[in-house]
Write a protein that binds this ligand. Structure first.
Ligand SMILES: [Ca+2]
Length: 229
């Protein structure tokens, strides 16, 4: 069963969201009919910074202040393709497609079209004990109010080391606009935010300290008519 989680940021936006969400017809909610500005799955690819999307991580273990600063703590992945040692891309239980990753066989930290994987600060076999959050980034070329919606949850546990929850966060220009538990019940989410031209929207997958295969998708749609495509 799919649950729904909605996060609304302020009274004016709450009012706006309630109005929009209250209007439905056979085509579904009004917000769903707006053509997306961005789609994390459809626009996933092998080139960094293409169509506004980039793929990287934050190494919290090596961060002196242990606080995520989008301007200085985001590191882009350098490797794209398959991960034969980690094996995330070759499991029968789920399909990732090609992945961006940090270092196959040393860290699990990676991203693929529908999701990603953090690395734990707890040592797991030959894997380095480093708390690394996977960070999918979208940089806006427009300004206005948008709805960010998608699905988030752990795809599957792999026994004791991979049981338990992870965390998913969305940050807009360094401000947390969504923080959610990623457990084995996949959830729909949507959040209404104001963005500016050049805004950085980060989708973070964090260990808790459990890790695992996580689905975290995002579609960004305009909420207001002042958005220029
Ligand atoms: Ca920092």
């Amino acid at each position: 069963m799919t649950a729904s989680r909605t996060v609304l940021l302020s009274v004016p936006l709450l009012a706006l969201a309630m109005i929009v969400r209250g209007v439905r017809d056979d085509e579904g909610p009004v917000a769903d009919r707006a053509a997306p500005l961005a789609d994390s799955v459809a626009e996933f690819g092998s080139v960094q910074d293409e169509r506004g999307w980039s793929y990287g991580y934050w190494d919290r273990t090596r961060d002196a202040d242990r606080r995520y600063d989008p301007a200085s703590d985001f590191r882009p992945f350098e490797h794209y393709g398959n991960d034969p040692r980690n094996g995330l891309g070759s499991h029968d239980e789920f399909t990732t497609g090609p992945l961006w990753y940090l270092e196959d066989g040393r860290y699990y930290t990676s991203l693929w079209a529908e999701g990603g994987h953090a690395n734990s600060g707890v040592a797991l076999g030959e894997y380095a004990a480093a708390e690394q959050w996977a960070v999918r980034r979208w940089t806006s070329r427009t300004a206005g109010i948008v709805t960010i919606s998608g699905q988030a949850g752990k795809v599957m546990p792999w026994g004791a080391n991979w049981g338990g929850e992870c965390r998913g966060l969305i940050m807009v220009d360094g401000e947390v606009v969504l923080s959610t538990v990623l457990d084995e019940q996949e959830q729909d989410y949507d959040v209404v935010v104001r963005i500016r031209e050049g805004s950085v929207v980060d989708f973070l997958i964090a260990p808790s300290p459990s890790i695992g295969v996580v689905k975290f998708t995002a579609t960004i749609r305009p909420r207001s008519t002042d958005i220029e495509r």
